[in-house]
Design a protein around this ligand. Structure first.
Ligand code: PRP
Length: 174
């Protein structure tokens, strides 16, 4: 069941505006492609890019986790690829949350293999206490404790993504 609100609508708006401001100050004249990592990124991505300089391009990638048994080439499987050619362009990977870091590590490696000029990570949330692999988050919204969160794109079994605020999710008592 839903628990308390972790990040309110007002706080989300302030965070997104602050992160967009930081990115805009950093964006030069060179081409930049913003790649949303589906599905959790959807609302953060659309709110963020609407506050960025109009010269940017947008694209999406979707991966799914291999689970516990890891594949030699990584731990995620490509479900939907980008269509943009990122060679010699600055790439910004946009995520809702970095937890263990495995998803972004693998996605960043997939993108780096296509020879972009740079790859930087933008994440709304980070749970540093859960990290298993190091991920350099260039633009971060907020750090949170190790609680399960839903809403504003984040799900539990595909539900609750459409909530307007970020809530704690509490498992049913046994
Ligand atoms: C979530 C989230 C990140 C990933 C973070 O995606 O959107 O992509 O988990 O976890 P990690 O740092 O431990 O890899 P999920 O696989 O639940 O898919 P979704 O975005 O479609 O909800």
């Amino acid at each position: 069941m839903l628990g308390k609100t972790i990040i309110t609508r007002d706080e989300i708006e302030r965070i997104v505006s602050r992160v967009a401001g930081e990115i805009n100050r950093d964006l030069g004249e060179e081409p930049a492609v913003f790649i949303g990592v589906l599905k959790g990124c959807i609302f953060f991505f659309t709110d963020l890019v609407r506050q960025l300089k109009p010269s940017i391009e947008v694209d999406f990638i979707q991966v799914s986790s291999y689970g516990a048994s890891t594949h030699s080439s990584g731990t995620v499987r490509l479900v939907k690829d980008i269509t943009a050619d990122v060679r010699d362009r600055h790439v910004f990977l946009v995520e809702d949350i970095v937890d263990t870091g495995t998803t972004l590590k693998d996605v960043a490696n997939m993108i780096r293999a296509r020879h972009p000029k740079s790859v930087r990570i933008v994440s709304l949330l980070s749970k540093p206490s859960r990290r298993k692999v190091e991920v350099d988050i260039a633009f971060l919204g907020a750090e949170i404790e190790d609680v399960f969160v839903v809403g504003y794109g984040l799900d539990c079994g595909e539900k609750f993504r459409n909530l307007d605020e970020i809530h704690e999710f509490l498992p049913d008592p046994e």
